[in-house]
Design a protein around this ligand. Structure first.
Ligand code: AMP
Ligand code: MG
Length: 334
């Protein structure tokens, strides 16, 4: 398939150019577009045909449902059933944001999109290109992260083109997502609400907005996955990645064995590591660590080292999501 690449200046959005992509969505085609979290691979959430194309382009298992994106909080009723409790006032205040919510779906949303589940996960992204694309398309857009299944999420247009050229109808080149990490998902169908996936919207902010939030157990402890996504290995570089505390990275780097590794580490740890380093940012600046996380996985794959070892971080703020992604992508060192 021929992929059209459309460059959009986020500061001066050319609606005529975006209209081409919107037309593709309306005709049940696929469009890769930027959001504030990661790049998404979108199609009409109302169309089985479009949703099937999304799974096919990603190589995503058909039982792992897609998040639906809307342009405005009120549009939630184009996606979810009306006869349920929805905290509209709070959502209106919080959205647009990297926060996705699970509710019972309505009949319009494709069963392919939700993998046959009675629920749908929906969010309002905080990115002007995404919002304008959804508006012009006239339909909610189902869009999982634009990476090929199992690979790190895509946070740069160049990687979107490398991985998806020829697999989708359109790739929109915009600015790099501000967070570089996926949205937080909460289940609004249970009381109290449950955290299903930590993400760019922090747990602390969720608790501030909604009060008590039930946390999921770690992946190892979960017998029945809360979300189909939990069954699958995620976000991983192609090379083997270990994780360890800063001191263990430093110690390993000073041994002969250390030569085999790329060290994915904070600046502070990097100052003590002797060897090949991929720097994530200041240890105290977890937003920058998050921003560079998937980039560091790709840098590891491009490096000449046969494996990597990444530093572990505190689980406060966005650190909870950072460690969730690191834990899924790596095995503990020794
Ligand atoms: P991605 O868009 O690639 O970041 O992944 C979307 C995540 O949302 C996956 O982990 C899905 O399993 C999860 N998800 C989407 N829709 C639903 C749903 N209706 N019920 C449970 N989990 C969902
Ligand atoms: Mg994903």
């Amino acid at each position: 398939m021929r992929t059209e690449i459309i460059r959009i200046d986020p500061k001066n959005i050319d609606s005529n150019k975006l209209a081409v992509a919107a037309e593709v969505i309306r005709n049940n085609g696929t469009v890769v577009f930027p959001t504030e979290t990661v790049y998404g691979l979108g199609g009409s959430a109302y169309s089985d045909v479009a949703c099937r194309k999304i799974y096919a382009a990603k190589g995503r298992p058909a039982d792992n449902p897609l998040i639906v994106h809307i342009a405005d909080t009120q549009d939630i009723f184009r996606v979810v059933s009306e006869d349920q409790d929805i905290p509209m006032e709070k959502l209106s205040k919080l959205w647009p944001a990297p926060l996705s919510v699970m509710l019972r779906k309505n009949r319009l949303v494709s069963d392919v999109c939700t993998a046959g589940l009675g629920t749908v996960v929906v969010r309002c992204p905080d990115n002007p290109i995404a919002t304008e694309l959804i508006r012009l398309s006239g339909v909610p857009i189902a869009a999982p992260s634009a990476n090929l299944a199992g690979m790190p999420s895509i946070v740069d247009a160049t990687d979107a083109i490398l991985d998806l050229d020829g697999k989708v109808d359109v790739i929109i080149e915009g600015e790099s997502p501000r967070y570089g990490l996926e949205s937080t998902i909460i289940d609004l169908t249970s009381q109290p609400y449950r955290l299903m996936r930590p993400g760019a919207f922090t747990l602390e902010d969720l608790q501030y907005a909604f009060g008590q939030i039930v946390l999921q157990n770690t992946m190892e402890e979960v017998k029945v996955p809360l979300t189909p996504g939990m069954k699958y290995r995620h976000y991983s570089p192609k090379k083997v990645l270990y994780r360890a505390d800063p001191d263990d990275l430093v110690e390993l780097s000073r041994t002969d064995e250390g030569n085999k590794y790329a060290f994915l580490c904070s600046e502070e740890t990097g100052n003590r590591v002797e060897g090949y380093k991929i720097t994530l940012g200041k240890r105290g600046d977890l937003y920058t660590i998050a921003y560079n996380l998937f980039r560091s996985f790709r840098a590891l794959d491009r490096s000449t080292k046969s494996m990597g070892i990444i530093e572990t971080f505190p689980e406060n703020g966005i650190g909870l999501a950072v460690m969730n992604r690191i834990n899924k992508a790596s095995v503990r060192f020794r």
